[in-house]
Design a protein around this ligand. Structure first.
Ligand code: FES
Length: 139
């Protein structure tokens, strides 16, 4: 199987928290994504770092809040299953996080999603809470 860019090693993904990385989408816009632990194989999942309820980063640069296998949205407190991305509670009930396909090979996590190109680890360049559509071009 062809694998994409290396993101990190699985050991670097915190047990309670998230690893932030940045990809670009089909339009060339930067999107942040998070890696989180999941009890199901291959042990991690990647999600776009935005709550589906309102525009809100789940990981604001210091790791997402994770409790009992769920990511907690910092805005209204809805919780998303780290494995399925599904939410059944609070303001975001009925929504699902946007998945980013990854592959794990020998403890290394690779981007395996044709919709995204790996950019770098860490936050997107604007790094604020605004929508990515307003991100600055030409800096
Ligand atoms: S913005 Fe995440 S639950 Fe409302």
């Amino acid at each position: 199987m062809a694998t994409g860019a290396r993101i990190t090693s699985i050991d670097e993904v915190p047990e309670a928290g998230s690893s932030l990385f940045t990809v670009s989408d089909r339009h060339g816009d930067d999107r942040e994504a998070i890696l989180v632990r999941c009890d199901e194989e291959p042990g991690v999942r990647a999600w776009i770092n935005v709550c589906p309820h309102e525009y809100q980063r789940l990981d604001r640069g210091r790791g997402a809040a994770i409790r009992d296998g769920e990511v907690i949205c910092p805005k209204h407190g809805s919780m998303f299953d780290t494995c399925s991305g599904d939410c059944d509670n609070g303001e975001a009930a009925g929504t699902t996080l946007t998945a980013v396909e990854i592959a794990v090979d020998d403890g290394t996590v690779y981007l395996a999603d044709e919709g995204y190109t790996y950019r770098h680890n860490g936050a997107g360049e604007d790094g604020d809470d605004g929508p990515s559509s307003t991100s600055h071009i030409g800096f």
